[in-house]
Structures are given as structure tokens and as C-alpha cells.
Design a protein around this ligand. Structure first.
Ligand SMILES: [Zn+2]
Length: 388
């Protein structure tokens, strides 16, 4: 099967983040096994999802992990002009379908190059690491990266995460934490606002605290010019609470995200915010003993990626892709999680993030050609005796 045929097959499995991925997983597993590759699964507790990893080449230290996620984002509410889970060639040099770009395109490049990989005379191995539930918070990657480090006696050195980057090396990624805050106040007639505690008024104070915290970080010159914007950001994206202008709101809730540059610690910022919340609670409980602020994480934080411009993995990707520039991103990806497991990591894959997550998602055929070319170059590199 060529890369387009494989991509068509992968797109035909409508596995969304959060859903069971076993159908898609088993197709990939059987494909790998048909080339004599031994596949290992890393299942979730319920047994309805699993990541997979495998090694191609010798049992030696060094080598490269190729990582990607199998799940995609939903299509509900989007206006598609093509069938969402049928890879469609409109004759305009692009292939349309959910996941074509993010990121089954890279998986297809890996699988299409596999026949050459198994034939090659590798001095160092290639590993495949395919995860699930990336799109709902990079949930499976920490366990998968850990499984690779502990399952094999030998340790891979590099990880390339094939998220769509137009084949440009991405060396940094902000840390991401998504939180919800619930405020419990007292109800009452609006005229009694000084005798009651409005959940809305207090929620607004917390929101302002968060915005001021972001501004303080900027004023303190906590900037990393590799990123756009160069500072950590805090943003409140959804607020609700209250029922009428003359009723004091007893409940309010807001949803927010924190995206940190490597020099700022997610947990320090959240801990400082928590201290402010506890202080407000103490002050207002003298007016209303049931006053309470609860902060809940939406999913575990996604760690930042802080690969240096002159790290070997960046040089490697530049050689493989022929792309001499690098960039950073502010979206979530699994690269920081692979880096935390000790693998030098960077993002590089076919397709553009601009086409991800939207209606009529597509990948340019030319990007698939470049993706395959990068992996064929990797085969050559790994066949050299001096590659580590
Ligand atoms: Zn992705």
C-alpha cells in the first residue's frame, strides 16, 4: 500500500479523542505484524483503548522514536463539503478528511516507509509510538513514553513527534493547564448585597486576579522571545452564574487556561492563585460561613517542551527535512511528555496546523511526499555506523 492508500484506510476509522480506538489499533497492529514487527500494547484500565509501540532494527542503544496520536477531534457542528471520514481527492493536490492532517498523515508516512525500514541495515533502531486520547489532553503519552523506556533494555535517544508543522522543526511548546473555578456564595435580594456574598462579584475578583497575574509576569520581564506571544498567558473563556438582576447569585463558575513559557512554573502560578482563593474564603466566611471557592483541573497539565536550538535532535531534523529554520508553538502536544522521559524531543510532521481541527481538513499531497522523504532520509542516517 502506498502512503495515500494507507492514509485513506486510517481516516476511515472515526476514532475521536475519548472513544475506544481498538478498531484502528488492531488494523495498524496487523499491518505491522504482516512485516514481521513485534507490537506491544499499552492499554488503559478499562481495556477499551491502547497505545502501541514497536521497534524496528537492532536491540541497541540510541535511535529514534517516531510518535503520533491515533485519535482525532469531532466533526459535529462543522460544515464539511466532503464526506468526513472518507479520504477525498478533489483533484486540487489536496486530500480531504478528518485527521488527514492532524495527524494520520504522519502515521501514514511511517507505515508506508515500514517496508524499507524492515529491509534496511540499521545500526540504531526506529521505534513507533502511537497514542490515543491526545486530543482531549495528551492523556496517554506519559504512560507510553514511560513504557518505551522501561520495556526495552536499550534506550532510544531521540523522539520526533509528527504533529503537522509543514516539516519545520518545532523546538518549544508552552505548558498548558486547563482549570475550572466554582464559587459558592449566598442567595438573597439584590438590595442586601452588603449583607450577603455574591458568587458573581467574587468570581470577577478572581478573574481580575488572574489577569493581573499575567500582567505582573510580563512587567517582571518574564519573557521568552522564542514564543509568540513571548509571555505566559492566562485566559478566561467561559463564565456563567446568576439568574436575575435583582437576585444575588449563589453560584458562579468559570473556565480558564494557563499557557506557560518554560521559565514559569504552572504549579507555582496555580499555588499562588489557590492561596489568594483561601484568603478570600477566610475573609468572606465571616459574612457567609458557606462561602467556598473550588478549583478543579480539567485534565492533568501538559508539560512544556524546551529543546535548545543547538540540541542534536534539532540538527537531525534539519538534516532529515532539509528545513533549516525552527519555530515554537503554543498548542498542546506530546513532545514535552517524551522529553520528560529523557528523550531529546522535537515536533516535525507533514501538513499545516492551520488545517487542523476545522471543516474540510486536508493535507497537501506534496506534504505526504516530504514526510515520506524525511523518513527515507532517516533510514539512510540510521544505516550509517557513526549514528548514535
Ligand atoms: Zn495532533
Amino acid at each position: 500500500m502506498n502512503v495515500e492508500e494507507i492514509l485513506a484506510k486510517l481516516v476511515s476509522f472515526p476514532v475521536l479523542g475519548g472513544e475506544s480506538n481498538l478498531t484502528l489499533l488492531h488494523w495498524i497492529k496487523e499491518y505491522l505484524e504482516s512485516f514481521g514487527v513485534q507490537v506491544h500494547l499499552v492499554p488503559n484500565e478499562e481495556g477499551n483503548k491502547a497505545s502501541l509501540h514497536c521497534r524496528i532494527g537492532p536491540a541497541d542503544d540510541g535511535g529514534v522514536i517516531l510518535s503520533g496520536h491515533m485519535d482525532v477531534v469531532p466533526v459535529k457542528g462543522q460544515e464539511w463539503t466532503t464526506e468526513t471520514f472518507v479520504l477525498t481527492d478533489k483533484g486540487d493536490g489536496k486530500l480531504y478528511g478528518r485527521g488527514a492532517c492532524d495527524m494520520k498523515g504522519f502515521l501514514a508516512c511511517c507505515l508506508a516507509t515500514l517496508p524499507k525500514m524492515v529491509e534496511a541495515d540499521f545500526k540504531c533502531p526506529i521505534y513507533f509510538a502511537f497514542s490515543y486520547d491526545e486530543e482531549i489532553g495528551c492523556l496517554a503519552a506519559p504512560e507510553l513514553a514511560h513504557a518505551i523506556r522501561t520495556h526495552y533494555k536499550e534506550t532510544p535517544k531521540y523522539a520526533i513527534i509528527g504533529e503537522p508543522s509543514l516539516m519545520e522543526p518545532i523546538i518549544g511548546q508552552k505548558g498548558i493547564y486547563i482549570m475550572e473555578t466554582y464559587v459558592n456564595g449566598s442567595a438573597g435580594h439584590s438590595s442586601r448585597i452588603k449583607q450577603e456574598v455574591s458568587a458573581i462579584h467574587e468570581a470577577m475578583r478572581l478573574i481580575l486576579w488572574l489577569e493581573n497575574k499575567m500582567d505582573r509576569l510580563i512587567e517582571d520581564n518574564r519573557l521568552d522571545n522564542r514564543f509568540h506571544p513571548p509571555h505566559s498567558s492566562i485566559h478566561i473563556g467561559l463564565v456563567n452564574g446568576g439568574i436575575a438582576p435583582n437576585v444575588i447569585a449563589d453560584k458562579a463558575h468559570f473556565y480558564w487556561d494557563l499557557r506557560t513559557i518554560p521559565m514559569d512554573d504552572l504549579f507555582d502560578i496555580v499555588a499562588e492563585y489557590e492561596r489568594y482563593c483561601r484568603q478570600r474564603e477566610k475573609e468572606l466566611q465571616t459574612t457567609f460561613p458557606g462561602f467556598e471557592i473550588k478549583n478543579i483541573e480539567h485534565h492533568p497539565p501538559v508539560p512544556h517542551l524546551d529543546t535548545k536550538e543547538d540540541d542534536e535532535v534539532v540538527e537531525l531534523i534539519k538534516r532529515l527535512s532539509g528545513n533549516s529554520k525552527w519555530d515554537t508553538v503554543s498548542y498542546a502536544a506530546e513532545a514535552g511528555q517524551f522529553a520528560n522521559e529523557g528523550f531529546q524531543s522535537a515536533i516535525c510532521g507533514p501538513g499545516s496546523i492551520a488545517q487542523a481541527h476545522r471543516a474540510d481538513e486536508f493535507i497537501e499531497k506534496d506534504q505526504l511526499v516530504k514526510g515520506v522523504a524525511m523518513l527515507e532520509n532517516l533510514i539512510k542516517e540510521l544505516s550509517h555506523s557513526d549514528f548514535m
